[in-house]
Every structure is written in C-alpha cells, then in structure tokens.
Design a protein around this ligand. Sequence first.
Ligand code: M7G
Length: 313
Amino acid sequence: MAETGIHVLPKTGAEAAKQGTLASFKDFVVVEVLNDDPMAKYIALLGRFEGRDEVAVLLLNRKPFNKDSLSSLVGEGLELQHDFVNDIYSKYVGKPPPEHATVTVDLIYPATEKHVRKYRQQRRRMVKETPEMYEGIILPYILSYPPAALQWVYNVLEKKKEVDRLIFEDPDPQLGFMLHPDLKWDQQQVDQLYCLAIIHRRDVPCLRSLDLTHLELLENIRDKGCKAIQDKYGVPANSLRIFVHYPPSYWHFHVHFVHAAFAAPGTAAGKAILLDDIIDNIKIFGKDYWRQRTLTYQLGEADDMWKLLGGAV
Ligand code: M7G
C-alpha cells in the first residue's frame, strides 16, 4: 500500500460506540446482567469498554421469525442436531442460517445512573398520584430534569438526527409534530409497527399538562399520524393502538402508535393511556381533567419517582 505519511489510528470500541459506528464488541466487558427475560428472548447487560470508566447499557433482543423468507429458514440452511424421537414426535436443536440468527442490539453509551436503574430488574409497585402529589413533588422533579436527557428529542426536532427516517412532519409550531419509527422497531415487519410522534412545542412535558387548549394538537396528531401510517405502511387506523405513557421516560410530550396485533412492552394498564380516552375525557369532563384526577400507575422501586413518592403512597 502507498505510504501517505498520515497514520490513522484504529478507533477504539468506546470511540466507535459514541459515533454509532461500532462493528463488534471486541473490547467490551460485561459487568452485570441487569435483566433477563427468557419469554421475551431479551437480555439487558451493563458493561464497559476496556480502559474506560463510563458504563454502557446493552439490550439484546432475538428477532421474531421473518415470515417473508420461510424457505431460507426451513430449508437446507437449517442445520439439525437430533435430540430425541418418541413415536410420531421428534425434537432437534436447529442452527439457522446467519440471516435468520440476528438479534437487535441497542446500546446506550455512556449510560447514566438513571438508564442503569431503568433497565435493572426490580420489583414493580403501584402508585396513586394525587393532584397534590403532582404539584408538590412531580412537577418540581420534571422542572429540574436535566435538559441533556432530552438531547435525542431535540436532535430529531432540529433535524440533526434521524432525518432519513422521517415518516411525516406537520411543521406548525403549535399544532405540529414529527413522526418517526420508534427506536423499538427495526421496520422489518409491519405487524410489529411502532412509531413515535414528537410534538414541536417544548412547553408540554406530559399528560398532566394537557387541557382544552391542546385538543386541536391531540386531534391533529391522531388524524395526521394515522393517515401518514396508512399511506406509508398500509396499516389502517383501526389496526393501531395509539397511546401515551404516564409517567413517560422522557418529559417532552410524545405519542406512541403501535400495531394492534403487537403486544409491545409498555401497553399495560398502569402505564399506557389511549389517546382517544385522553381527548374524550378533556371534552367531557373539562379543561383540567388530567390535572385534577388521581393517576394510578406502576413504578420500579429503583425509579427516582418511587423514591420521591415512596413515603407518600
Ligand atoms: P416513553 O413513554 O417516554 O418511555 O417513550 P418508554 O421508554 O418507557 O416507553 C419514549 C419512546 O421513545 C420509547 O418508545 C423509546 O423506544 C423511544 N426512543 C427513545 N430514544 C432514545 C429514541 C431515539 O433516539 N429515537 C427514536 N426514534 N425513538 C427513541
């Protein structure tokens, strides 16, 4: 190879991870299994890149079978190792061809203590958050939330990131929003569709902030979000579960659009509230319905909010 005089040092895993250009986990050391769900075929790991103090959270998910390429899955490529046979019943361990053996890999690096707590297995508790608890404890907590935690949201809204993933945008500063595939969806199978609408306004942290003045915004997200998903993926509105989390992980209002056939994590009672119910309750019960009611929801014991509310519930 010609000598150019410029020596490009190979990137360390840590540097490549920060740039999102990691090719393997060669110098990654697993420190702890944070969580492990054999049913969901999911594992959450805490680790470090060699020589670095910052920690990383690594989430691995086995991907569902791709029904569009069954012939390459159940064909010559599936290597079989015999386990047992009994009458008409037989069992094997199969080693699928590489394209069917993939996992999705989500890396958070450097991860904060809050990320580690979020993904560490912990006991779930139910909380009844009264309006007084919201005003006195949660609202100050939201207002003191570090802006850096929302950097990824602002990167999306300012078109610094995920530009090529944009599905739809309504640029109106008051009523507008951006619609992208959620981080949880690899866009391979439409029956696992998971999209996220993020509003342009930066003064609506969560469900509790919504009142009559936001009705038009909420209806706009629902109607234009559904149309954009129908146009791009052919999934009709009556196949979509559209909801908001309370409490969310990120205090900038956003709406989840998920295929109704997909039992996605985070759709449970005590976490997800349907957008239609949010809209209807404002219309029927009045402008500050979501501020006035007690909200019952689940929290992990390691969550900051559980620690803040723990004594009061
Ligand atoms: P949430 O209700 O605040 O929290 O939703 P949850 O994580 O408990 O559901 C935030 C949503 O944003 C989740 O569905 C995340 O998967 C999604 N999300 C998080 N990040 C960091 C990103 C990202 O960088 N890009 C996209 N497109 N989605 C993200």
